[in-house]
Write a protein that binds this ligand. Structure first.
Ligand code: SF4
Length: 294
């Protein structure tokens, strides 16, 4: 694996109420080899060329240790926004695991977004962190069907493996949920798909699900997506072009109906699905006691 120079790894300092209440953002890798056809991190604004090549940040663990030690305000560190922290390189280099050790040592919480069951390797550390600070692992699942999953997220474990990982995490007492986004219009936006994801998530112990019934598309990310539509879903690119033009936000035409069905099912199963309540569900016990202590 190649390494890039980095001066800092953690960014942010204020609770992000729109994204799981995280206080800090951590990107320990640059690039991702999971190959998702809709990946937003390919957008030009992030300026990551050769996105499929995973690179580590030089001295990442020493930098993170210094940053965690010196922050005046403890809080929840979020990871998984720009690159999957459990990409295949992680099984060899263990940078995410090393960062979790620091997070535990200095009393921070952790919010993880991933598509990889490799996260279960770190149950020991997540359990240790959860004794003193908030922990939430969100497994991204956009299709309940492994065959469809292979087409849209080709180089990471299929959804069935991710559901198993959710079970292992929740059996170990780790607060776990599903990030059900994006739901690709005309590909994944059927009531059956949404219903199956929610039911499987619940059956495997997920306590929260956060959805988006649509996808955002821009510049080279859109091009990458359209190239893959041509390969796997002939004729769909033209349908997207007619329906969405150059719009950034491409909402499913079924969004309203899907949301109503999703909401009713979550209420029936006792799943938390609104951001404010998700944040409360995993942060509140610590916000009131532990974090005020710091
Ligand atoms: S796992 Fe996330 S970062 Fe990696 S390719 Fe897929 S969407 Fe992009």
């Amino acid at each position: 694996m190649d390494y890039l120079k980095a001066k800092t790894i953690l960014s942010g300092y204020k609770e992000n109420k729109e994204w799981f209440g995280i206080n800090y953002n951590m990107n320990i890798y640059k690039g991702c080899s999971h190959g998702c056809i809709y990946c937003d991190s390919r957008s030009e604004c992030y300026r990551v060329d050769d996105f499929d090549v995973v690179r580590g940040k030089e001295n990442a663990l020493a930098i993170i240790d210094r940053e965690l030690r010196s922050k005046r305000v403890k809080g929840v560190v979020g990871t998984g926004a720009m690159s999957d922290p459990y990409n295949p390189m992680e099984s060899i280099y263990e940078l995410t695991r090393g960062a979790l050790k620091g997070i535990q040592r200095y009393g921070y919480g952790i919010h993880i977004s991933t598509k990889s069951p490799l996260v279960v390797r770190d149950i020991d550390l997540l359990s240790a962190i959860a004794k003193k600070a908030p922990v939430l692992v969100m497994m991204t699942i956009t299709s309940a069907d492994d065959v469809l999953c292979r087409k849209v997220e080709p180089y990471v474990s299929p959804s069935s493996e991710r559901f198993k990982a959710i079970k292992q995490l929740s059996d170990a007492g780790i607060p776990t949920g599903v990030l059900m986004m994006p739901i690709l219009p005309y590909i994944e936006d059927s009531p059956e798909n949404i219903k199956e994801i929610v039911i499987h998530a619940h059956a495997n112990g997920a306590k929260v699900i956060y959805p988006a019934f649509g996808v955002t598309l821009r510049d080279r990310q859109r091009q990458w997506f359209y190239d893959h539509l041509d390969n796997h879903f002939p004729g769909l690119k033209e349908k997207y072009q007619r329906q969405f033009g150059e719009a950034y936000s491409c909402q499913s035409p079924n969004a309203k109906q899907l949301w109503q069905m999703f909401e009713a099912l979550c209420k029936e199963l006792g799943i938390v699905y609104k951001m404010e309540e998700i944040i409360k569900s995993y942060r509140a016990p610590f916000d009131e006691v532990q974090l005020s202590f710091f």
